[in-house]
Design a protein around this ligand. Structure first.
Ligand code: UDP
Length: 315
């Protein structure tokens, strides 16, 4: 049994990670400022004697309020949806830099393993396809998305500096698009948008001509991959994602069929710097972690629709 600090533990991915850690017998200290995460995401864990929620901003301070051992620190603290980070540009840069530094210091002080939740966005609009970890990316450092992309790139750099200078035991995951229950209906990411729109009978908003691609990983698979990295001694970076690549127009049609919705498809302007394609090469994860996704889009989308059907009002 370990004591694990999960920063961003009340967010979409963070709350699923807390669930899995608690259910396998670990103790969890969840740090979250609830800016994009929510108390509801962890409400079912609040009475558990191996779970503690501290509402705090890791960009400002990291203070657990005790001197008990810490075995691992997982850094999932950051807005992750483009509309969310574009609305909080300075906070996003602060949590990737100051927040990551404070959490790395916590790891160093306790000799704890540090898991950095980085992102496929470090590849920007990639010229190499599918994306291998050795690809250095194509990010516009002054574009609107840079607040997220560069914050995560800086966080990776900080993580490696603490590994090289202070021998902190680190692992870096590059997370590709992930979906599933607890995405917030107003979050703005593509899967939640399409499913909520389909269930409400509203038009599905496809940005641009919908030819841009993403590769979608179901949340349970993603968490299994992150745990495999946490439990290993791999430094990485390692891509954790599902290589099943789809165009966004195909995804909209897929959601319409899966929901049986009469909604139409409505084309909207493409956001600035929207990457044209994205697909992980997961050779490293397969070989080094023995991990690969197991839940296909059909099943994952069906489970996600079931979740949203319970939260979204039909027309
Ligand atoms: N997208 C879309 N309609 C929406 C929301 C997103 O067509 O209602 C597109 C978006 O332009 C991008 C892709 O879906 O090409 C994935 O967007 P998301 O915000 O989920 O994540 P990203 O991969 O861009 O960080």
């Amino acid at each position: 049994m370990s004591r694990v600090v999960v920063a961003g533990g009340a967010g979409f991915l963070g709350s699923h990670l807390c669930d899995r850690l608690v259910s396998r017998g670990d103790s969890v200290v969840c740090l979250d400022n609830l800016s994009t995460g929510s108390r509801e995401n962890v409400a079912h864990l609040l009475g558990h004697d191996r779970f503690r929620l501290l509402v705090t901003d890791v960009s400002e301070k990291v203070d657990l309020g005790d001197d008990d051992a810490v075995d691992a620190v997982c850094n999932l603290a950051s807005p992750a949806s483009p509309p969310a980070y574009l609305a909080r540009p300075l906070d996003t840069l602060a949590v990737g830099s100051e927040g990551t530094r404070r959490l790395l210091e916590l790891s160093r002080a306790h000799g704890a393993r540090f898991l950095m939740a980085s992102t496929s966005e470090v590849y920007g609009d990639p010229e190499v396809h599918p994306q291998v970890e050795s690809y250095r990316g194509n990010v516009d450092p002054t574009g609107p998305r840079s607040v997220y992309d560069e914050a995560k790139r800086f966080a990776e750099s900080l993580t490696m500096a603490m590994y090289r200078s202070h021998a902190v035991d680190v692992g870096i995951a590059r997370i590709f698009n992930t979906y599933g229950p607890r995405l917030s209906p107003g979050d703005g990411r593509v899967v939640s948008n399409f499913i909520v729109q389909a269930l409400r009978g509203e038009p599905l908003t496809v940005y641009g001509d919908g030819s841009q691609t993403r590769s979608l990983c179901y949340v349970d698979d993603e968490i299994t991959g992150l745990l495999a990295l946490l439990d290993s001694s791999l430094v990485g970076p390692v891509n954790i994602g599902n290589p099943d690549e789809r165009s966004m127009l195909d995804l909209a049609r897929f959601v319409l069929e899966a929901t049986g919705s009469p909604s139409e498809i409505a084309f909207r302007p493409l956001p600035a710097d929207d990457p044209t394609r994205r697909c992980p090469d997961i050779t490293v994860a397969r070989h080094e972690l023995g991990w690969e996704p197991t839940i296909g889009l059909q099943e994952g989308i069906a489970r996600t629709i079931e979740y949203f059907a319970g939260t979204v009002e039909a027309p």
